[in-house]
Write a protein of this length. Sequence first.
Length: 594
Amino acid sequence: MGQSMRPSQFITTYGPGAILEGPNGPRVINNIALSGILNHKPLDQLEIPDQRLSDSLLNGAGIIRLPTNAELNIVETTHIYETRQFPAWSLCIKNNHNKLYKYYNNRGCPDCGPFANSYEGWLKSRKEAIRFVMACPNGHMDDVNWPALVRHKKKPCFPQYLIWQGGGGALKNVKIICPDCGGDFNLGSAYASEIDCTGYFPERNERQQCEASAKMMQRGASNLRLPEIISSLTIPSRDTRLHQLLAHSTIINILYTSNITNKAELLEKLHALVQRNRLQPNIYDEIARYDEELVVNAVKDVCEPINTQSEHDYRVTEFNALQVAGTRGAPLQVSSTPGAPPLFEVIRHDVKIFKGPNGIPIRVTPVSRLRVVMVQLGYRRLDFNGQLVHTDHHDGIKQWYPGVETFGEGVFIDLAPENGAASIDHFQLKGDESKNWFEAFTHPSDYGIRPDIIEKNELHPVFVWWHTLSHRLISSLSIDSGYSSASIRERVFVKIDENDPTKATGGVLLYTTQPGGDGTLGGLIGLVPDFDKVLKRVFRNVDTCSNDPLCSEEKFGRDKLNGSACYVCQFVSETSCEHRNMLLDRSLLMENLP
């Protein structure tokens, strides 16, 4: 029996190179090429079309989703994604045997005696898998070479097992002994030492040269694999079902290389793809049902270049769309698209404005329809400064990244603009904390901040202000919405004036989505009419934390990525925060209440 996992978990938590704790012991998740999922369905049937994301942040790569057992008509107890056992070493503590061994050819713990069959011996070894592995910042992970750590008294010495002596609450109390020569080593000392890296990628089952030093660590450590995820909102004007259909890789290649001016030309080319089994007939039939004008306009939209230079530009596009939707509503008119309702929708008369503690108006925009695509670019090991290991798959033509498509609802919060405008500059932030963050924004290297880890614009005090407010909103919303705080995700926006960096506009989208289906049940947008209660909770206790005065005395400075913030007052679940609980400062918010 395999371990059950939702497709969204594969993207947000696990993915290739992660260790999965299964009922028959730990296993590492293979990459897509070795996963076997393409034996069940071809790539074109697993594609998630998102042209804006693919053509900009993914440099033309496609997005592939994981199929489910139900979709493939395979019983839930049958695995459809291949994994491999890891780590290989095991520790038998049955009857005080205390033997560290590697199961091979029906040979396991020497004190347990022969097994009835090889499966029984293998299963026992898997359930006794050692909890220690080694990893390096270049993304490699391997079994600890236990015999090599022993200071052997004779050379060469190749013991078939090792003796695990001692225990208790500290690793320094454990000594590992070679039964052949009596050599040993202390586990605590080894755990704190650097080990030569073997350059192994278990998800690819391949090795490479690596000059970095590895560390011994526990296989369940949260920093053993840190996923790198980007997400995309479906926003106008490419939010219809027709735009999604035309964004399929097999179709969009035709659109880019042909000057299609009418529906008949398009259908002729698509029919040829169907005949060559390169396009599913149901996609052809669905496109054929659309009117001529809709098809021609959608083809123009899809062929229009997407000018996005960075993730910041990408988010500014989303931010602009959300602000316009808050002012005018979205879609601006009833969608003429047959079939599904729009994937992005804001009803203008549901937008509300409330005043903050100091009288500054705050706009709350309910987003009743929302589509989010999340893509896992790769992972890092040990810390966020480590090398990014990509989890993409190359099919010989283009790259594909694993992703998941989710639907739901959200609440967009920004400062209320005046006289029908879409946005307004953030009010002037005051105090020492604002000066510190702006100095870091202006000279990030002086604060020890690497541009490949933290994007410069995220150091702007307006961004930090909104990010801090976002976390407090998540905690407050979880009380009344029916969603746990771990189910509510954030998307923080900032748009900085190019001519005057002291001026900026900010906002935050708080949303909840789920894969498949028709979205969620309205628990978030249902709170908008009485959102003043949520805001009062947010600002009421901003000046208190049970960790004060320690928390409030913490200041942002060099080699720090937070100001006054801790697990009590500001940190939220890692599934909610896009910025890993960094770039928060309660003191900044406290000194600048709206």
